[in-house]
Design a protein around this ligand. Sequence first.
Ligand SMILES: Nc1ncnc2c1ncn2[C@@H]1O[C@H](COP(=O)(O)OP(=O)(O)O)[C@@H](O)[C@H]1O
Ligand SMILES: [Mg+2]
Length: 385
Amino acid sequence: MKPTPILPGSAIGVLGSGQLGRMLAMVAKRMGYKIYTYSPDENTPAGQICDQEFTAAYEDTNALQGFARQVDVITFEFENIPTTPLKAIQGRVPIYPNPEILYIAQNRLREKTFLAGKGFPVVPFYPVSSRSDLTQGLAQCDYPLVLKTAGFGYDGKGQAKVGSAQEAEIAFEALDGKPVILERFIDFQLEFSVIAARNPQGEIVHYAPIENIHQHHILDISLAPGRIPLEIAQQASKIAQELMETLNMVGVLCIEFFLTTDGRLLINELAPRPHNSGHLTIEAAITSQFEQQLRAICGLPLGACNFRQPAAMANLLGDLWEHGEPAWEKLLAFPEVKLHLYGKAQARAGRKMGHLTTLSDDVETAFKTIQEARSALKAPATCKS
Ligand SMILES: Nc1ncnc2c1ncn2[C@@H]1O[C@H](COP(=O)(O)OP(=O)(O)O)[C@@H](O)[C@H]1O
Ligand SMILES: [Mg+2]
């Protein structure tokens, strides 16, 4: 049976209320949909844009049922949504992607075990849930290693690079004995992501690889198209398409890759939703990753993924607010740079507050411009006399 497309005028439900929901809501509004967000918080980045903000716990099945009655399809923008309560609404309204995919992706151990089991190339890992596992694991791995919490990690939180058994033990203790995985620290040439979309009819599209530069394990700058050898891009494309089918994915999936110094491709992690590295698709691509998410979950044909021009994106972290408000007027003097702010009231160190995007005739110029533009934000604000 062909799924009936969910057309403009229908209502989209989003679980989670951060910037990814905000940018989805902007597209949904542009395309004539209603959009509602659900999360435990109020006055959220997504709630500020959505038609309605539902505030309730993710575990509150009555509230979830009430939310499900208002909408024609549900998606999520936040990975750590508990999946068990979603059983109360499954079957009543389509939920895309399938919560089973969310369940796999929200835990690094489940995710890597799944990928390795299906024959996809992943970073070598070792599961640790006790001190004795740790001792055994350390005996089998070479340093340096990265120790990561299995669940609830994002933006580099819950991870530590360790160079010795003693450092690993200290890091494990600091994580209160929570289950972790040990990973070989990968000596990579570069990191990149492939963002793909698939609809219930099985149509798959993906963007060209986007190169990612991290600082302190947090994404700092993305460049498109990434400076990646053609044969590597082709291998990554094949992996992306196979993975979308293996998962029976409906929605947007981001695959983070390492390209090792000896030329191998390894999957670092998956995100079954739009991804920070794809924010530049808003200005740079014919169809943004948020529009692809909307089209995919609504059972519509997917849009073109071509880039109009090379592009660069730089994140704006809360650290920029350390000495007061950033110098917006200096930034806005860059005529090719676009500012995105997420409506977060509190700026904290490491918190993603917004991002900048620029397009250029070549990626090197875009890279240079975006760094200059962001640095301009640190300039002392002009004195008003
Ligand atoms: N095993 C590893 N080897 C080298 N660098 C790593 C490794 N694991 C993580 N990193 C660095 O930290 C970043 C964030 O780690 P990741 O596992 O993607 O967690 P998060 O969920 O926080 O994005 C990666 O993009 C990479 O730059
Ligand atoms: Mg990551």
